[in-house]
Design a protein around this ligand. Structure first.
Ligand SMILES: C[S@@+](CC[C@H](N)C(=O)[O-])C[C@H]1O[C@@H](n2cnc3c(N)ncnc32)[C@H](O)[C@@H]1O
Length: 346
C-alpha cells in the first residue's frame, strides 16, 4: 500500500462556503457543498480568482521563469549576503528549523508570501524532507515554476495561490509561521499579522521582516517615484527601473568621499565620511546597483522597491506592538538600515 506523507492530507476550509473538508492531495478536491474546485495539481493549487490584482501582476512578472531570479541565486549564492533575506535573523532561524527536522521532530512551516521559493529551497533538503511539512502561500501566478525547480517540494509540502491577508484556507496549525520581506506589501499589514498569528500552534514561533522607516528626504523621494511608477503597466515600470540602477552605477563610479563634520539630524546623517553613492542611497533615494547582481538583477531590486502597490514602512515599536496584541512574546529583534526582523513565540 502506498504511504501518503502527512502533509499531503490536510483539512481545507472551503473559500466558497467555509465547509471543512478532509483533502488527500493525490485525490483532487471539490467542495461537496458549493462545488468549489481549486485549479492545479501535484503540489501547487490555486485558491483565488483571476480578477486583476496589481500585486499579483507585479510579482508574477518579477518571479517568472523568464526573469530567472531563482536560477540566478542558485548559480550565485554569494549574492544573497547583499539581500536583507540573507541577513537579519533569517539564516539562524532556518538552521533551527532544519535541525529540528533532522532530529526527527515533525515541523509544520507556513511560509506566508513565499515569493520565488527561496525559503522552500533553504528548508527542504534530502535530510529534512521526512519531518518537515512546508506550506507556501503567495498571490502571484508563477508558483508552478517553483515546483518545477524544486522537485523535493512534492514530497513534503505544497504551494497555495492565496491572499495572505485572509486566513489560510487550511485548518492546520503551524510550528513556524514565516513572513519574510512581504507583510508591508499587503493592504493592511497589521490585519495580515493577526491572520498569520491565528495559524500558529501554542508555543509556535512567528518571524517577520518589514520595511523600516527612513529619513524624511529618502521617504519623500521614494514615495514621489512610487507615485510615478505604481500606476504604470508592469513591463513599462520594469523598463523605467533600469534608470535607478544606472543612477546607482554611475554614482558608484565616483571615487571621492564626502565628509560630514557634524550630525545632520534633519537628514538623519551622522557625522562621518561616506562614499557618494552610500550617502545618496541611504539618505536621499533608493538607486540600487551591485556588480554581483549585474544590470538586470539590480534593476529588479529597484523595480521591487518602487512598483508594488503597497510598501508600508515601520518603526520597531510599531511592529513589536503587533506581537504584544496577539499575545506573542518577542524573543529576538534585528535591524539593518532597510528592514526590521522580529521573532516571537505564542
Ligand atoms: C519581496 S517578495 C518576498 C518573497 C519571500 N517572502 C522572500 O523573502 O523571498 C514579496 C512577496 O509578497 C507577496 N505578496 C504580497 N502581497 C501578498 C498577499 N496579499 N498575499 C499573498 N502574497 C502576497 C508577493 O507576491 C511577493 O512574492
Amino acid at each position: 500500500m502506498k504511504t501518503i506523507a502527512p502533509c499531503r492530507e490536510v483539512t481545507v476550509v472551503c473559500p466558497g462556503c467555509s465547509t471543512s473538508i478532509a483533502w488527500t492531495m493525490e485525490e483532487g478536491f471539490t467542495c461537496p457543498r458549493c462545488r468549489f474546485r481549486p485549479r492545479g495539481a501535484d503540489a501547487c493549487f490555486d485558491f483565488l480568482s483571476d480578477d486583476y490584482n496589481h500585486t499579483d501582476d507585479h510579482y508574477s512578472f518579477q518571479w517568472s521563469r523568464k526573469t530567472g531570479f531563482y536560477q540566478f541565486l542558485n548559480e550565485r549564492p554569494s549574492a544573497k549576503k547583499f539581500m536583507p533575506s540573507g541577513q537579519l535573523g533569517w539564516p539562524r532561524l532556518f538552521e533551527d528549523i532544519r535541525a529540528k527536522a533532522r532530529q526527527g521532530c515533525r515541523t509544520w512551516v507556513l511560509d506566508a508570501a513565499c515569493g520565488y521559493g527561496g525559503i522552500a529551497r533553504d528548508l527542504i533538503q534530502e535530510d529534512t524532507k521526512d519531518n518537515l511539512f512546508y506550506v507556501g502561500a503567495d498571490i502571484h501566478h508563477s508558483l508552478p515554476d517553483i515546483v518545477a525547480q524544486l522537485p523535493l517540494l512534492k514530497e513534503c509540502g505544497l504551494l497555495l495561490r492565496w491572499d495572505i491577508s485572509k486566513r489560510l484556507p487550511l485548518k492546520e496549525q503551524f510550528d513556524y509561521v514565516i513572513c519574510r520581506n512581504a507583510i508591508h506589501h499587503t493592504p493592511d499589514p497589521r490585519a495580515t499579522f493577526d491572520a498569520l498569528c491565528s495559524r500558529l500552534k501554542p508555543g509556535g514561533r512567528i518571524a517577520i521582516s518589514a520595511y523600516r522607516k527612513k529619513g524624511m528626504a529618502r521617504e519623500a523621494l521614494d514615495d514621489c517615484f512610487r507615485n510615478y511608477l505604481v500606476p504604470r503597466p508592469t513591463p513599462e515600470a520594469f523598463a523605467l527601473s533600469r534608470q535607478f540602477m544606472l543612477l546607482g552605477k554611475y554614482l558608484q563610479q565616483v571615487q571621492a568621499t564626502v565628509t560630514i563634520e557634524e550630525d545632520l539630524d534633519v537628514f538623519g546623517i551622522e557625522r562621518g565620511t561616506y562614499p557618494v553613492h552610500e550617502l545618496f542611497y541611504n539618505h536621499f533615494l533608493k538607486c540600487f546597483y551591485n556588480p554581483q547582481f549585474g544590470d538586470d538583477y539590480s534593476t529588479l531590486v529597484n523595480f521591487d522597491w518602487f512598483h508594488p502597490a503597497y510598501a508600508y514602512r515601520y518603526d520597531l515599536s510599531e511592529l513589536a506592538a503587533w506581537f504584544e496584541a496577539n499575545q506573542v512574546r518577542v524573543l529576538e529583534t534585528d535591524a539593518i538600515p532597510a528592514q526590521y526582523y522580529l521573532l516571537g513565540q505564542k
